[in-house]
Each structure stands twice: as C-alpha cells, then as structure tokens.
Ligand binder design. Sequence first.
Ligand code: FES
Ligand code: FES
Length: 203
Amino acid sequence: MSDRKPPPEPPLPRGPEVTRRDLLTGRVAGLMLDRLQGEEPEALPAPPLIRLTVNRVSRELRVPAHRTLAEALRVNLGLTGTKIGCDHGECGACTVLLDGLPVYSCLTLAHDADGRSVETIEGLASSDALHPLQQAFLTYDAFQCGFCTPGMIMALKALLDRRGTPDAEEVRQAVSGNLCRCGNYLHVIAAGLAAARSLGDGG
Ligand code: FES
Ligand code: FES
C-alpha cells in the first residue's frame, strides 16, 4: 500500500463579486439588471398568422402557437360571449362550433382551427331577431347567472342543426358536457325542446 496522499483539491472558483449577502439583499438582481440594460433587446419574431371564418366572416390573426381558441376569440377578436370557466375541459362554458361540431374551445388550440369555420354565440341573432334558442332560453327562464348559457346554447345549436326534432333524451345528451352551477337543467331542456318545435314550425 502506498503512503502517498492524493494532491489537495483546487479551491472551487468563486464569483468575484457575488456573496451570500448579495443574494439575500437582492444585489444580484441589480447586477443582472445593470447587465441587461447595457444590452440591446432582441426583436421577438411576430406570432404566426392563421385564417378563420368566424360567424361567417373571414378573419386573419396572429396568435402564439400555445394560444387556445377560447383566448383567441376573447382576446384577439373581442368575442367575449364565449366564456372560460374551468379552462380544463370540464364545464363546457367555452363550447363553440368548429365546422359545425361542438368543441371545448379551452382545449382547442387556435392554430388547430386554422382554415376552419367557427361559430360563437355572437353569430346567432340576426339584426332584428334572436335565434329561436336564445328566445326559448328567455321564455323558459333557462338561465340565472348566465355564465353557462352561451356554451349550453351552442351545444344545443349543434344538435338542432343536425337533428331538427330531437326528443328530451337527445337534448339531455347534447348538454351533458355542460355544467350549470345554478342548477337550471330542467329549464334548459324545456328551452331546447321549445326551440326545436319553433324551428320545426318554420322558426
Ligand atoms: S372553460 Fe372550457 S370546458 Fe370549462
Ligand atoms: S345559469 Fe348560472 S351557471 Fe348556469
């Protein structure tokens, strides 16, 4: 066995001016700011362009790749009728129609809607009349706070567009992905059936 000891480790390099006290007192943040202020900020690239047809109108917008359709509608286009409740695909408040089918817009990326047709609650009423679903929600007291209402109506519109005279079970199924914290479900179903009758009679 050799008596030779390994050579001592070289001391760890230390930053010349940063001490633990600097970290605690925030001086490090100041040093970083000083450095950043001396540098030219890098120009950010423009977000990519997408084209959508929203409520029958062609729209072009630049949105970051991670932006949801719900945020793009509300923030980029100002269409705040589409509500964001849970933002996790659980409540249905954000339901819109994408190429005629109901989707949770909080779970749909805006870029996935590129080149497609989007319908929101703002697209339902004509200049002088409510859509029969909107009228039926009024007539049948189908909302209280109203937060779930745009999503409920869009889910029901998808049903009525493809099946003119649904029965109560089909109406229940259509809104089964939409939660109403005010518990107004019976009125919603009555309104859905009434709107179907109204559309069947010629609207
Ligand atoms: S906000 Fe989209 S499902 Fe709740
Ligand atoms: S009316 Fe309030 S959440 Fe449905």
